[in-house]
Write a protein of this length. Structure first.
Length: 354
């Protein structure tokens, strides 16, 4: 009929309009990503130059001859004007050259290639554990709001979010490594074994090579740092799911589903949970992005040879190229993950307006 054709035409126009809006939104977010990276890289460059301390003194010592200091300053380009240093720095970034470390002249790209897989492996395992535990606790109390289980989940979410990371890490070490002796106190791999060669992700490399001794050793060293980090993060997922699920279940469309005779379990699983998980997806994206460089205290406490620990060492040594390179790489990963999550949420949730 004419009415049906009109409705179909209107629906097609709405779909096409949403597709155009989504494409425009995606293009805008992708275009802003390089600008954000440029701002972060510029800020890091300026902060390192105005911070107290001299990288030449950090390498040669404050009592080194003036001629040696001048020679190193010229070799590093530190005798140039601030503008020339900045332009040289940006030119290197554009061509993928992150420079060389001041201490051992090792390329910064090599340093990042060695340490980034360790941080990513720790972060991904911790995030998966945090999501499973946090979402399970947040979902468990929804059947009886304000009941004992719901109250326990609320306390768990607030308590784990407020715990000091360094205190929890040291407590876990004292209990499970020192007192009980169940797990290693730190490190990433047993010193008695040769680490698996490959991508730098020890779990993946050892599994692909059927090196199960290395796999078990990697797991043993992962349990404490990943478990500690997961404990600290799980409360965020618990609180986010609990709040969003309760708000979703008060929606009109949920009441309409109940009026059609659906059971409470069907209402929660079919209508409440999918909509409540969209904000949690955003939180997960932000969390995994910040984890890449934000697990410094965990890596330091457990002597985990990741990129955050290497960044801390470079800051102490006033190693400009290493600090700049690591921060830029972390910023790039954060921006990429954030953009990907924004685009995913925008494509899944029709309520998002561009």
């Amino acid at each position: 009929s004419i009415k049906e054709r009109s409705d179909e035409h209107r629906s097609d126009e709405q779909l096409m309009g949403r597709a155009r809006d989504l494409a425009r939104y995606s293009a805008t977010r992708l275009a802003l990503a390089p600008l954000m990276l440029w701002l972060i890289a510029s800020l890091v460059f300026l902060l390192l130059r105005v911070a107290p301390g001299d990288p030449v003194d950090a390498v040669l010592g404050s009592r080194a001859p003036a001629a040696a200091k001048a020679a190193m300053r010229a070799r590093l380009g530190l005798d140039q004007s601030l503008l020339d240093q900045y332009l040289s720095y940006l030119n290197g970034l554009i061509h993928g050259d992150l420079g060389q470390a001041l201490i051992n002249q090792e390329p910064v790209r090599t340093i990042i290639g060695k340490t980034l897989p360790a941080s990513l492996e720790l972060s991904v395992i911790a995030l998966v554990l945090a999501a499973v535990v946090g979402l399970s606790i947040g979902f468990s109390g929804i059947a009886r709001p304000e009941g004992k289980i719901d109250l326990g989940g609320r306390l768990y979410g607030l308590g784990t979010y407020a715990l000091p990371p360094f205190w929890v890490a040291m407590l876990v070490q004292l209990v499970f490594a020192v007192s009980l002796g169940w797990l290693p106190v730190g490190g990433r791999f047993p010193p008695s074994l040769l680490p698996p060669e490959g991508s730098g992700f020890f779990l993946l490399d050892s599994a692909l090579q059927n090196n199960w001794a290395a796999f078990r050793g990697t797991v043993r060293h992962l349990i404490l740092p990943a478990g500690t980090l997961a404990l600290l993060l799980s409360g965020t997922f618990t609180t986010a799911l609990r709040l969003n699920l309760r708000r979703t279940l008060r929606g009109d469309y949920v009441e309409a589903a109940r009026s059609r005779g659906l059971s409470e379990r069907q209402v929660i699983l079919r209508h409440g949970l999918p909509n409540a998980l969209l904000p949690v997806l955003t939180i997960a994206g932000i969390t995994v992005a910040s984890l890449i460089g934000g697990a410094l205290l965990i890596e330091v406490t457990f002597s985990w040879p990741g990129i955050a620990l290497r960044l801390q060492e470079a800051i102490n040594q006033r190693d400009y190229p290493v600090v700049q390179g690591i921060v830029v790489v972390i910023a790039a990963l954060v921006v990429l993950v954030s953009v990907a999550v924004d685009l995913l949420v925008a494509s899944l949730d029709p309520r998002v307006r561009y």
